[in-house]
Ligand binder design. Structure first.
Ligand SMILES: Cc1cc2nc3c(=O)[nH]c(=O)nc-3n(C[C@H](O)[C@H](O)[C@H](O)COP(=O)(O)OP(=O)(O)OC[C@H]3O[C@@H](n4cnc5c(N)ncnc54)[C@H](O)[C@@H]3O)c2cc1C
Ligand SMILES: NC(=O)c1ccc[n+]([C@@H]2O[C@H](COP(=O)([O-])OP(=O)(O)OC[C@H]3O[C@@H](n4cnc5c(N)ncnc54)[C@H](OP(=O)(O)O)[C@@H]3O)[C@@H](O)[C@H]2O)c1
Ligand SMILES: Cc1cc2nc3c(=O)[nH]c(=O)nc-3n(C[C@H](O)[C@H](O)[C@H](O)COP(=O)(O)O)c2cc1C
Length: 606
């Protein structure tokens, strides 16, 4: 094995200069002949790593790819597809795109302008572009990874060449991300090895940057702390064990639901957040359900199980901490059906069985599969092969760092329901409400939500629409604006089932209304009258005033249920523009799109 020297981090070069020199040395010492005029280092490509994200996962993966590419001597730049243009992409020779899917298979909100522009392109001007797409999604959704697929297909249709086939990642993405990276890096190494530097397209050749010069071209690398959100040492992989310091119901004893207010102390950590961010909680399954599953399968709790990510643990530990047992996913059913060769499950998994499958999966978990299709899981190893990883749950933070120093507040709807002859509970919401006592610690981390922030202009009006737990970030926004002395007017729409039992934070909100911090508070208690009333009905009732606020430059925020509420509120906004702005349907659509482009329409829906 030959020794390849490298430039240490302490050497007096910029990161980019160091990458160039390392690539150059790697090229020479790997036996490749340097070009006659040493115009370009053979081992170095200029690669744009672009991400489209809503909640940060794609960005995190993109950062890892950039780090790896740099370590391999390439000059890699990182940029969000937010604000990026197809014209900028056409200038690139190598691009890696990592993007998630939302809504009806749509791009993340911020990426919509980029994709809309890309979609109107017809001329195949991307022939010089080689690219790879990693699509992020969740196979629970009907349109699994659809945006990544659309992006991949559109680029190919416009003449760009795939470096490697697209890979679609489910929520458990570590292993598949690792495989995709391996294939990608192997392909890039192949390109470097087979293409003499002097024949490479000129814009992919890297010339050594002059000392102190800015990054060679393309979008600049955002600073990791550019929005001030930095959870330096704690992360999803290394969560902070935060003690629970407060826990109280927000719903009355006789309510038809249970929603809790919870406070974790982060005083002993370096965790930082901004109003609008979410808090990730790493959950663990209910011991009683774990024991029931082990008993039903007649396995030994102490049997060793090899987890896909590596490491052997006992079956009890695997089911308690590592594997998802309360939900049924398509992938899980596929694995289960294959192991057990179950025809009935295969029928459910066929294209014709889609709606049946959704119905089956909605309110069942592993224990139902074991009873409905017995005898399939023959060893603890089968369990590890079938079950997805238990993933953290996100909760919009309902506090303000300026007003609630050292604390993170959350507003948690407890998922509890009765189905198929048993009481059931959501893993994380019941862990927090039923199985976490004051003083007990839970692993948490911050999930930044950079596009969900109070208006940059403290005097700008703010309209917040947050029924149910959707109120969470708006409580944070209101406290933040008050603590910062922001003079802008605030208007909150809140909705729940009944005023008597479900008016979350009523005292606080009414007090803010009295002292003028809230200029308006409009509520919609859906079940207090015969005909349901929702927040969007209130928007329409007050459409003239809402329109006036928008004309004054108000920013509009929506948080809460994605499946129905957010769509209806979106439609109501169009109706307001048509009714009060005298707009046609098309003009109203363009108006709402312009609100988004101007950073005045933000959604945080789940
Ligand atoms: C960005 C973001 C922010 C969020 N913010 C909040 C927040 O502020 N507050 C909050 O409470 N939640 C919030 N959530 C949702 C939260 O992350 C969890 O999804 C929620 O708490 C349920 O998790 P769980 O582990 O308790 O339930 P799980 O174990 O994940 O079980 C949920 C599953 O149970 C089934 N189910 C649920 N309800 C029923 C029912 N009534 N009947 C039948 N089956 C049912 C469904 O299959 C569902 O998928 C947010 C989610 C995201 C993505
Ligand atoms: N996918 C689903 O079917 C579904 C349903 C409910 C909740 N959820 C999820 O459950 C979690 C907790 O919910 P939550 O406690 O925040 O409250 P929520 O269940 O969303 O309810 C809050 C309020 O919104 C009302 N609402 C129902 N449909 C609406 C619509 N189309 N437009 C506007 N308002 C509407 C509810 O009325 P009514 O309940 O009286 O109709 C209630 O008054 C969230 O994660 C949410 O996404 C999912
Ligand atoms: C409200 C909501 C809607 C989603 N819709 C889809 C969808 O339609 N299709 C899909 O494959 N994944 C969907 N997902 C899953 C996300 O794409 C997935 O969690 C992804 O890893 C998030 O990446 P990001 O953090 O970079 O945005 C959805 C997630 C949420 C919270």
């Amino acid at each position: 094995m030959s020794f390849v020297p490298y430039i240490p981090e302490s050497a007096p070069f910029s990161e980019e200069q160091r990458a160039w020199l390392n690539g150059f040395l790697a090229g020479i010492f790997s036996g490749a002949q340097p070009g006659p005029a040493v115009a370009a280092p053979p081992a170095s490509l200029k690669i744009a790593v672009l991400y489209g994200t809503q909640s940060g996962t794609a960005e995190g993966l993109a950062r890892k790819v950039v780090k790896d590419l740099k370590a391999k001597g390439h000059v890699a730049s990182l940029a969000s597809l937010e604000g990026y243009t197809p014209a900028a992409l056409a200038e690139e020779r190598y691009a890696i795109l990592i993007a998630s899917t939302y809504g009806e298979g749509d791009p993340p909100d911020a990426v919509q302008p980029f994709f809309q522009q890309l979609c109107v392109e017809r001329f195949p001007r991307y022939q010089d572009l080689s690219y790879a797409v990693l699509a992020l999604g969740d196979s629970h959704y009907e349109h699994f990874c659809k945006f990544g697929a659309d992006l991949d297909n559109k680029l190919a249709a416009l003449g760009a060449v795939r470096l490697i086939p697209r890979v679609d990642c489910d929520v458990e993405l570590d292993a598949i991300f690792g495989e995709w990276k391996k294939a990608l890096y192997a392909r890039l190494a192949e390109i470097v090895a087979t293409r003499p530097a002097r024949n490479a397209p000129s814009s992919s050749l890297i010339s050594p940057p002059a000392a102190g010069s800015p990054p060679s071209s393309g979008p600049s690398l955002p600073s990791s702390t550019s929005n001030g959100t930095s959870a330096a040492s704690y992360s999803r992989e290394n969560p902070f064990l935060a003690p629970l310091v407060e826990k109280r119901p927000l719903t009355a004893r006789d309510s038809s639901k249970l929603t809790m207010h919870m406070t974790f102390s982060i005083a002993d950590s370096d965790l930082q957040y901004q109003a609008g961010d979410a808090c990730g909680v790493v959950p663990q399954n209910d011991r009683r359900l774990v024991d029931e599953i082990i008993d039903a399968l007649k396995f030994s709790a102490g049997a060793r199980v090899e987890l896909p990510k590596g490491g052997a643990v006992t079956l009890h530990e695997a089911l308690t901490h590592h594997l998802q047992i309360t939900r049924v996913t398509r992938k899980m059913l596929e694995a289960y059906a294959t192991i057990g060769n179950c025809d009935a499950l295969f029928a459910l998994l066929s294209p014709d069985g889609q709606s049946q499958l959704e119905k089956y999966a909605w309110d069942r978990g592993l224990i139902d599969l074991i009873h409905d299709y017995p005898g399939v899981l023959r060893s603890p190893a089968d369990l590890a092969a079938v079950l997805p990883r238990l993933t953290p749950r996100l909760y919009s933070i309902s506090s303000s760092p300026a007003a609630h120093t050292g604390e993170i507040h959350a507003t948690i709807a407890v998922v509890r329901y009765y189905a198929h002859n048993r009481e059931r509970g959501g893993v994380c919401s019941t862990l927090l409400s039923d199985r976490t006592h004051i003083g007990e610690r839970r692993p948490i981390y911050i999930q930044p939500n950079k596009r969900f922030r109070i208006p940059a202009d403290p005097s700008a009006p703010m309209v917040m629409i947050g029924p149910g737990t959707g109120i969470a970030p708006f409580r944070g926004f209101l406290h933040e604006r008050r603590a910062l002395g922001a003079s802008g007017k605030n208007w909150l729409f809140f909705g729940e089932r009944s005023a008597a039992t479900d008016f979350f934070y009523r005292d606080e909100l009414e007090s803010m209304l009295r002292d003028g911090h809230l200029a308006r508070l409009d509520t919609a208690f859906s079940r207090d009258q015969e005909k349901k009333v929702y927040v969007q009905d209130r928007m329409l009732e007050h459409s003239r005033e809402l329109w006036a606020w928008l004309q004054e430059g108000a920013s509009l925020y929506v948080c809460g249920d994605a499946s129905r509420m957010a769509k209806d509120v979106h439609a109501a906004l169009h109706t307001v523009a048509q009714k009060e702005g005298g707009m046609s349907t098309d003009a109203a659509q363009a108006y709402v799109a312009s609100l988004k482009e101007d950073n005045r329409y933000h959604r945080d829906v789940y």
